[in-house]
Design a protein around this ligand. Structure first.
Ligand code: F0G
Length: 465
């Protein structure tokens, strides 16, 4: 079945090209800018609607259609990305779609976190509940489908782990070959194991993520490989769909705030694009603020905004235990800045201790997430403390990865082995108490009933103290 068409528009100089003519590095040949995918109905850069024959899709018809598809047994309808395909017509033939039934992720409330922060409600949209355990699946189904339609046999990415896991899985489903470049020793084992399991050629480079990107960018110029990093704008078309799903789950109510982690800085802008398009089409009455949180040790956007007002990127040598966002020279920083400005969101940074505490709190709500995702809750605490988010405002945290992605981090935390003594020495007594209330190290005992009984007794006293 044939569906509609699209173009790519350079986010810097505004040049427009046909999607099929884009170069292998997905950058504008004139100004090196990144592209957005645009459609005949997309808003012009000034927010206006194009005059020509570009009739806007009808909002209530879309809502009805998306709801109807929930009952269908077709794979493209069961996908939480392609169910919204009317707003991402990037493949001509739906038979080319490669799907693992991604999306359809739960929206949970976090009542204990809300109470301890002093806000009425905090929700978590858990993108870690995707087929490969991270938000990347929503983007990968989109980009791999385009790669397949364009006849690519090879795909590649540089990754801190989740992109590579997702790419390897979708490439395998499509019968394509995939090449993964990851920084040696700096990604979580769960993610590394996935790319091997899904059959990718996995190359560990003795460098960081930014070094992997450098090598890969040169390679895609020499071989017919489709680049699947988030500079590939088709990824972001998939990654905008959780915005649709989220407001649908809220019965078309719009929360005041969306909070995302920031690494290579594409996801915040993808969600902002989703919200802006819904607003433009009359599906929602306003756009929520999209805020981006970085780890203190990997904070190029935070520094860029606070030190030069967003004029030029200040790259950093990144270091954080939240390895997914250990990125110092993010490709999509301008897009992220645009998302903050158009939605009125903020950029914050959070410390390693704040990340660990927030992760344990999300775990203690029976939900769990990987360390990079927990920056959202840590960032929310700061934004509330600064008075930027009020008690009655509704906040949705985007949890980007599943807790099992990085079990080593979790085990180290609960055993009290995540931080050095120096690192914990400066913690306030109140913070130390919070950490020790959450830590649940395994208790090793002899197999003797009295011993076990005594241990249980003392644990129960602690719980009820
Ligand atoms: N959270 C998780 C779990 C991630 O894996 C990433 C990025 C991010 C947040 C940040 O998203 O880059 O769009 O700002 N991971 C990439 C990867 C870089 O290779 O898996 P971003």
């Amino acid at each position: 079945m044939k569906i509609a068409t699209h173009e790519l528009r350079c986010t810097d100089c505004g040049a427009r090209i046909a999607g099929s003519t884009v170069n292998s590095i997905f950058r504008c040949p004139t100004c090196n800018g990144l592209y957005d995918v645009i459609y005949p109905w997309s808003a012009l850069p000034n927010g206006d609607t194009p005059a020509s024959d570009s009739k806007l899709p009808n909002a209530s018809a879309l809502r009805w259609l998306w709801q109807e598809r929930r009952t269908s047994s077709l794979a493209v309808d069961q996908s939480g990305v392609w169910r919204f395909r009317d707003l991402l017509p990037i493949v001509d033939d739906l038979d080319h779609v490669v799907t693992l039934r991604e999306g359809n992720t739960p929206l949970y409330d976090l009542p204990r976190a809300a109470a301890s922060i002093g806000v009425d409600w905090v929700l978590a949209k858990h993108q870690g509940m995707n087929p490969t355990g991270s938000f990347k699946d929503a983007g990968m189904t989109a980009a791999i489908s385009v790669a397949r339609e364009r006849g690519f046999e090879w795909v590649a990415c540089a990754s801190t782990g989740n992109t590579s896991a997702a790419m390897a899985a979708y490439a395998a489903r499509a019968g394509m070959h995939s090449i993964v470049f990851i920084p040696e020793g700096k990604i979580a084992w769960g993610k590394l194991s996935q790319s091997m399991d899904y059959g990718a050629m996995t190359i560990q480079l003795r460098t960081d993520f930014d070094g992997c990107v450098r090598v890969l960018t040169e390679l895609v110029n020499r071989f017919p490989i489709m680049l699947l990093n988030s500079v590939n704008p088709y990824r972001l078309e998939g990654q905008k769909t959780p915005a649709f799903e989220l407001v649908e789950q809220l019965e078309w109510q719009v929360p005041e705030h969306i909070i995302v982690p920031g690494g290579n800085l594409a996801n915040g802008s993808a969600l902002a694009k989703g919200f802006s398009e819904m607003h433009h089409l009359g599906l929602i009455p306003r756009i929520p603020r999209v805020s981006i949180i970085q780890a203190e040790g990997a904070n190029p956007l935070y520094r860029t905004i606070t030190e030069n007002g967003g004029k030029e990127l200040i790259p950093v040598k990144a270091n954080t235990r939240a390895t997914a966002i250990r990125i110092g020279n993010p490709a999509s920083w301008r897009k992220a800045l645009r998302a903050l400005r158009t939605t009125g969101g903020w950029c914050e940074q959070v410390s390693e201790q704040e990340i660990a505490l927030a992760k344990a709190e999300i775990g203690a709500e029976g939900i769990g997430c990987e360390p990079a995702s927990a920056v959202t809750l840590a960032g929310l605490k700061k934004l509330v403390a600064q008075g930027k988010i009020g008690r009655e405002e509704r906040v949705v945290l985007i949890l980007t990865g599943h807790t099992l992605k990085d079990s080593a981090y979790t085990i180290d935390y609960h055993r009290g082995e995540l931080f050095t003594e120096d690192e914990t020495a400066h913690l306030s007594a109140a913070d130390q108490a919070l950490h020790s209330g959450l830590r649940k190290p395994p208790i090793v005992l002899d197999p003797d009933t009295d011993t076990v009984f005594r241990a249980l007794e003392s644990q129960m006293k602690l719980v009820h103290a």
